[in-house]
Write a protein that binds this ligand. Sequence first.
Ligand code: PMP
Ligand code: GLN
Length: 380
Amino acid sequence: PETKLPKVGTTIFTVMSQLAAEHGAVNLGQGFPDFPVPARLVDALSRAMQAGHNQYSPMTGIPALRQAIADKTGRCYGWKPDVDAEITVTSGATEAIFNAIHAVVRAGEEVIVLDPCYDCYEPAIELAGATAVHVPLDPATFAPDWDAVRAAITPKTRLLMVNSPHNPSGAMFGAADMQALIGLLRGTDILLLSDEVYEHIVFDGARHESALLYPELRERAFVISSFGKTYHCTGWKVGYCIAPPALSAEFRKVHQYNVFCTFNPAQHAFAEMIAQEPEHYETLGAFYQEKRDSFRAQLLKTKLKPLPVPGGYFQLVDYSAVSDLDDLAFARWLTEEHGVTGIPLSPFYAKPPAGQRLLRLCFAKSDETVNRAIERLSKL
Ligand code: PMP
Ligand code: GLN
């Protein structure tokens, strides 16, 4: 019988991490920090377990964490979601994305995604019996073409998915994009999923254009974030979704029968961390900007050409001065022959642009890791 996900194989992150391990390569592929979690967070987690917070939490998340998320959202975006009706704590952004899609998208409907897009979007859409409609971002700047998005809308369009700061490119929406998005959705009943997992990793004084800043967007949006990115703990898998009461109610119907609730001790730890140490997320942009700048400065010693990185923790490099291999072959070759692993972009596209020679390198790494990678890359 035909499988439900015939196009899906093993994710490129697993493939490249395994290859990196086999070849002892410096792994700048899969996006995860290789430096420690804030000490206070580890301590708070341990205290939460010792205090006995080891059973199911409330289905929507513990009140203290939802309160902390509401307060932080108010501080960051000038609008506070309702603690009880509009915030749901999830097992990572991945669970939230899955829930949001399954809560509102029916079989036969369409979901617009902007390519390249994060690889968990389309399988969740297909499992809902719906179709992903792929609209390419500009291949040079990764900016959206809002006219092309408008042209992709049909009577079957249920949801539009956006992601800023963007994985894999680091591109960010500007205020004009948000106005275009508002104009595009006005008068339609299309819902918005705004993947904002890199919301605090923005550079050069830019403002993160959250959908939560705009009443016309947030009244129809699932806004999703991840503590994995903000607190250097991708393996803890805790995130959340902010959505209006009616959408949150539907979202929770999926969440309660998907996982019911999220790892309880970590919820206590994040509640303490967010409330007691706001400097952590307030200074995260500066923290990563230093890493970005030092990585880019060192890349000048290599033949790889860095593209601009407005946000997030990924650096795209153009490798056309080194090789004419396609990106999948180049990523494999670089790992096997030169001991450095990155992520090719083609798995993030329905149809990769012909002749694109880009690789994604993660700079959420210690100086030692970056130095080892640069030493190897300078021999190319
Ligand atoms: N969306 C984007 C754009 C991401 O980069 C990631 C993580 N790489 C996720 C969602 C998933 O986040 P989480 O690990 O919290 O599930
Ligand atoms: N989000 C991470 C990235 O883009 C990978 C997460 C995963 O391995 N599923 O690299």
